[in-house]
Design a protein around this ligand. Sequence first.
Ligand SMILES: [Zn+2]
Length: 397
Amino acid sequence: MAKYCKYDHPGEVTKKVGDSRTCIQMRRGREDIEKFLIWELVHGEINFWKDKWCPTDHLEPLQQDKEEDLLVKDCWSGNEWSEDALNTILKESSAERISKIHFDRNKKDQIHLIKRTSSSLSKDIQNSIFRGDNCQCNIFTCKKFLTPSMLFFSWRVLNDLIPTDDILKLKGLKVISRCHLCKNNQEFSDHLFFSCRFSRDVWKHLTSKFNLNLINVGRGNIKENLKDWQEINLMSLPFSVAWFLWNARNNVKYEDIGTNPNSVGSNCQAYLQKLISWKKFHKILKNLPNIELKQLKVIKVRWEKPPYPFIKINTDGSFTNRKAGIGGIFRDHTSKVLLYFKAPYIAADALDTEATALYWALNFSMEIQWNKINAEVDSYLLVDLITENTLPPWHII
Ligand SMILES: [Zn+2]
């Protein structure tokens, strides 16, 4: 953002020769969304003339020559508006209206959506932008059955904004194209989502699990066959399948995580089952008498004090593809915290982080000579390894 607004206020950045695609898209996005946003006055560190913090007709300047960098807080005196400051820059009627606007310097800075409809700002923005009237190809009708990320992804698919190799080539990038799912073809979206051997297997998985009748649906290009999907009332289906295929492709390409059609098919299946049971996704449910959703089992876990003279250590490890961390906390029989630790860690997998967190906790205990220890971890596998129910993998030994 800072890169694109180096010389201008974000609300005033205009079209320039040589603007990048990102810059053009951000400007378009601003035009769509700025009418819905307004700043709440808190610290007042927003531009008096250029940011939107009150109706624009409230700001009639006294002189044409305005101080461009004036901040709202410059017109405050303590917790009140400074009448002198307002009267030197605004016409009398404007100054009077502004002086009635309430502000609270103790709250957190935040931007507001003028018409809030839900508790989530991103959902509200999505609702505001993806309204039926300005939404291409009626993607809006899928809103109920797609997450906001999926909906945005679908919009990108329909606008050829998914960076498949063919699109990158159109942009002038030299790429050696290869489909990361079948490794046997060039990559373009129609191939990736329908004709690829891998995606055909995913579709096969779904049609057999859900008894889908797709005989009359053209499956070559999402955009061109959208009407077919619409007619059988399943417009969101190709987009959700494409979303899971796209994620699998990205995992292979960028994270080097292997995948197979069965696991992608199962992800799609699980998602569809959720839609059927929670969002009333009628059409498939009618055709499918045998869906059995696995009942989730909820186990309540509560921390309990250790008996005297034991000290309880609770350890945990977190692990993602890119980073890992370990931590632990020591508490006595009165729940008093005696010690805690946390550290980043380079791990092979989640079990590695869990085991390492416990190892360090026990190590600390030995050094401090706390000899009566209760250890609690949240990994069943680790408990099994320690109690020797399971043989450990080599890297844990
Ligand atoms: Zn392929």
